[in-house]
Design a protein around this ligand. Sequence first.
Ligand SMILES: CC(C)(COP(=O)(O)OP(=O)(O)OC[C@H]1O[C@@H](n2cnc3c(N)ncnc32)[C@H](O)[C@@H]1OP(=O)(O)O)[C@@H](O)C(=O)NCCC(=O)NCCS
Length: 179
Amino acid sequence: MGNCPTIQTERLLLRPFRESDSEAYLGVLMNQKVRKALYLPDKMTREDAWQQMAMFLGQWELRNHGQWALEERSSGAFIGRAGPHRPERADWPGIEIGWTLHPDYWGNGYATEAGGVAVDWVFKHHGVDALYSIILAENAPSQSVARRLGFTLEEERVLDFFPTKKHGIWKLPRERYTR
Ligand SMILES: CC(C)(COP(=O)(O)OP(=O)(O)OC[C@H]1O[C@@H](n2cnc3c(N)ncnc32)[C@H](O)[C@@H]1OP(=O)(O)O)[C@@H](O)C(=O)NCCC(=O)NCCS
């Protein structure tokens, strides 16, 4: 049993990634709309999907936070991932809350539902003063999720991992956190 908890919301199950998610997660990463939003390469492999899943689970073990695999409770379908993320990058502002769903499940409020759990979970278990979300200026749907969760745009800057465009650094200070 690892560190990643399983949490149920009204419509979602947030749970640890499993080996058997590889195919469905690859399906998310191979989807053209997702690749466009995240600037993923044209060809994502099963190995890429597996490594990302292992990285998110690894963050739970090493840092006691990481992204969850998301299941839609009504169907049992794997729909994507969401949660805290802090890659080992010197210019990362802190713990990010992120979200990526298969487009079949966009437009239901699922990213906001899972993101809210992630915000609650990190503020409860980690003594950080603020959470962040790192979003490109063109990614309006992701900005809307951040806004609904109470994040505001703090600054725009180029991050080392993606030198060709500025990312918006969205911030939710603990003192403004109300849930
Ligand atoms: C970013 C992303 C997760 C947002 O998905 P989303 O479905 O727009 O966001 P939510 O799940 O919060 O759903 C919100 C939408 O559902 C609608 N909705 C429908 N039923 C709802 C309900 N019962 N409760 C809440 N919202 C509901 C909302 O009105 C809103 O629609 P709107 O934006 O047209 O107003 C999605 O676009 C995605 O996966 N993109 C690719 C990956 C990506 O860019 N990740 C972020 C990188 S920074």
